[in-house]
Write a protein that binds this ligand. Structure first.
Ligand SMILES: [Zn+2]
Length: 202
């Protein structure tokens, strides 16, 4: 491995850790929930948070490298159990370089009610276009991976998905892009709920 590639991996690990901390402090996950990954540019290597690590505390040492087939390539820790859907997304979408899986409360409420996220603002309409609902499957299973893969393929313009009874997946061309999408999904869910409350009060 060339030194340049090692340097890029080091920088990307630090960037992932920074995004993990932002997601936790924004209340997008609780406890040890959620996982974050990024593709090393011009490679088939994916860096992903290890299982059991809270995004609150994740450091570069908690981020391992896997292949597109999900096999561990580098690192001492076990990768996140949600590897199957992260790799399904990267395999199907070469333009996607970052994937965040989070449990933001307002968006997750829509996922629990099994309702696709309504595009209530112009920003949501223009940027998100749609946030489809992926049917329920147990966490960390190949079944969930395959379902997410199928939805990614069937909804090529979607940048985020709701996972029934579970949370969200946000994707982007880089970590900042994916974080902006996660932010907008949760903000849209908040505005949608507030709108419903005021409408129901007449
Ligand atoms: Zn989860």
């Amino acid at each position: 491995m060339s030194e340049t590639s090692e340097d890029r991996k080091k920088i990307l690990r630090e960037e992932i850790a920074r995004v993990c901390h932002i997601c936790y402090s924004r209340g997008f996950v609780a406890g040890a929930g959620g996982n974050v990954s990024a593709r090393l540019p011009e490679s088939d290597l994916i860096l992903i948070t290890a299982t059991g690590v809270s995004l609150r505390d994740a450091g570069p040492e908690d981020i391992v490298a896997i292949g597109l087939d999900g096999s561990l390539r580098e690192g001492q820790k076990k990768p996140s159990k949600e590897v199957p859907f992260h790799t399904e997304i990267y395999r199907r979408r070469p333009d996607i370089h970052a994937v965040l899986h989070l449990h933001p409360p307002f968006a997750t409420t829509f996922a629990v009610l099994r309702r696709p996220l309504p595009m209530v603002t112009i920003t949501a309409e223009v940027i998100l276009k749609e946030v489809p609902l992926v049917p329920r499957a147990p966490s960390g299973t190949r079944e969930l991976g395959e379902l997410v893969g199928r939805y990614v393929e069937e909804h090529p313009s979607a940048k985020a998905f709701l996972l029934a009874d579970h949370g969200i997946v946000a994707m982007g061309p880089d970590l900042t892009g994916a974080l902006n999408i996660a932010d907008l999904v949760e903000d849209t869910a908040k505005v949608a709920w507030l709108t419903q409350i005021f409408k129901s009060q007449g």
